[in-house]
Structure formats: C-alpha cells, structure tokens
Design a protein around this ligand. Structure first.
Ligand SMILES: Nc1ncnc2c1ncn2[C@@H]1O[C@H](COP(=O)(O)OP(=O)(O)O)[C@@H](O)[C@H]1O
Ligand SMILES: Nc1ccn([C@@H]2O[C@H](COP(=O)(O)OP(=O)(O)O)[C@@H](O)[C@H]2O)c(=O)n1
Ligand SMILES: [Mg+2]
Length: 232
C-alpha cells in the first residue's frame, strides 16, 4: 500500500507534531519543576525519596527512565547502554521524551527531576521543547572521595558502578554538568546543600528549602493569615 520511503516521509513529517502535542498538553498542566543535581553518588535519589514522602512531589530520575527504556528492548536500547557504560550523556531528544511522557502519565503537577539537565544540550533543549523553567535547582555538593566510596557500596547491580566508569562519570560531571549549575547560579536559582553529611542531616537542610522559614503558620485566628503571628 505505502512504500517504505512514504512511511519514513510521513513519520518525519508528523513526529514533530506528536512531539509538540506532548509539549502543549504538558504546558497546560503548568507543572512545577525542581531540578535535582549533584555528582554521581552525591545522594540525589536518596533525598528525592524522602522529599516525595514529605512534600508530595513525583520523583523522576532521568537515569532510572533511561535504564527502563534500555531494558524495554526499545530501538534506542543499545545506544543507551553504550552511552551509560561510557558515562556519556544520552542525546536530549531521548531523555526529554521519556521525562515528558512520565510527567503526563503521573497525574501530579509537582516534579523532582533528578539527574537532569546534565549538560548544556539537556538544559537548552528542555527549555526550548517544554518552555518549563525550574522553580529552583537543588545541588548536592559532595567530595569525589565520598561519592566514590558511596557508589562502590551502592550494590544496586548497576553496570556503570565500576571504578573505570565512575572516573569517567566524574569527569563528565566536572566538564559538562557543573557549567549547568553555574548557569542557574547566575540566575539565583541554586539551593546548595552540603551532601557529605549523614542522610538525616542532609534531609534537615533539604526540608529547610522546601519549607522555608518565611512560610509561617499563623495561630490565634481562624486559619492562615489571621490573628497574631506565631511561628510553628
Ligand atoms: N548522606 C549519605 N551518607 C552516606 N551514604 C549515603 C548518603 N546519601 C546516600 N547514600 C548512599 O550512597 C549511595 C548513592 O546514593 P544515591 O542516592 O543513589 O546517589 P545519586 O542518585 O546521587 O547517585 C547509596 O547507596 C545511598 O544509600
Ligand atoms: N540526563 C541524563 C541522566 C543520566 N544519563 C545517563 O545515565 C547514567 C546514570 O545516571 P544516574 O542519574 O542514574 O546516575 P547517578 O548520578 O544517580 O549515579 C549517566 O552516567 C548517563 O550515562 C544521561 O545520559 N542523561
Ligand atoms: Mg541516582
């Protein structure tokens, strides 16, 4: 009925429309996004799980989405596996589609996007495609020595948690991801956390960011904003 060339032609013609459709539907939800960044092993995933419990966000780990895509046997599977094993950043187009789909499917409108954007290409493409600007960027700052120790003890069976790939990932973090953090620092959006401390101490600092002291619960009147002020 249709030749192979015609099918490719239609796919190329209509895929931007589909892509735009996802973007439009997502923009309509006016999602609130917090980017969670930090070196490999800095504790992003660990803290996101805790933030979800206390603050009602949906946690989307770019690395987890890419691993699921790889395991699903998708056409991009081999490419994703090769990039991950080299500690390289997968092209934005792939990661952004996975993030958009997960955001739409979640039913929530508050997201912790963990491990993204990891380079300038990720950042610029996400902004251009989704038009979403993060509320702020949570940056878990930790020494390489401590991150290396944590990854080598992680025991999640990840192929990229070997010393050779870890070193490559540290290099990519310094060369490609730190500039993204600097970019957001320039916009006053970075909330930096000392991530070298124990999990609960790090979370105390994190809570202070999601529950800032200026959010004051007022008692003595009916509900918020009435009567005398007492900070709970
Ligand atoms: N503050 C912490 N102190 C000690 N170990 C931690 C801390 N935060 C996380 N870990 C452990 O370090 C490893 C890496 O944490 P993870 O949350 O997966 O980091 P990331 O997502 O940034 O790579 C995990 O085994 C986790 O249990
Ligand atoms: N935005 C992203 C995030 C992860 N990745 C890939 O996924 C790997 C693992 O990312 P991750 O966020 O799960 O790793 P951790 O920082 O949690 O250790 C990275 O080293 C990249 O190869 C990517 O290509 N693009
Ligand atoms: Mg992680």
């Amino acid at each position: 009925m249709f030749s192979f060339d015609q099918i490719i032609h239609f796919a190329l013609l209509y895929s931007p429309l589909f892509f735009q459709d996802i973007s439009v539907r997502l923009a309509e939800k006016k999602p609130k996004v917090v980017f969670v960044l930090g070196g490999p092993g800095s504790g992003k995933g660990t803290q996101c799980e805790k933030i979800v419990q206390d603050f009602g966000y949906t946690h989307l780990s770019a690395g987890d989405l890419l691993r699921a895509e790889k395991n699903s046997g998708s056409e991009n599977g081999i490419m994703i596996q090769n990039m991950m094993n080299e500690g390289k950043i997968v092209p934005s187009e792939v990661t952004i589609k996975l993030l958009q789909k997960a955001m739409l499917e979640s039913g929530n409108d508050k997201f912790l996007i963990d491990g993204f954007p990891r380079n300038e290409e990720n950042r610029a493409a996400f902004e251009a495609v989704t038009k979403i600007e993060p509320e702020f960027v949570l940056y878990f700052n930790c020494s390489e020595k401590e991150m290396e120790r944590r990854i080598l003890n992680r025991n999640q069976g990840r192929e990229d948690d070997n010393i050779e790939t870890i070193r490559k990932r540290f290099k990519v973090f310094l060369e490609s991801s730190l500039p993204v953090i600097e970019y957001y620092k320039g916009k006053g959006k970075v909330r930096e956390i000392d991530a070298a401390k124990p999990v609960e101490e790090v979370f105390e600092e994190v809570k202070g960011i999601f529950n800032p002291p200026e959010v004051r619960k007022v008692v003595g009147g009916r509900g918020w904003g009435r009567g005398c002020c007492a900070i709970l």
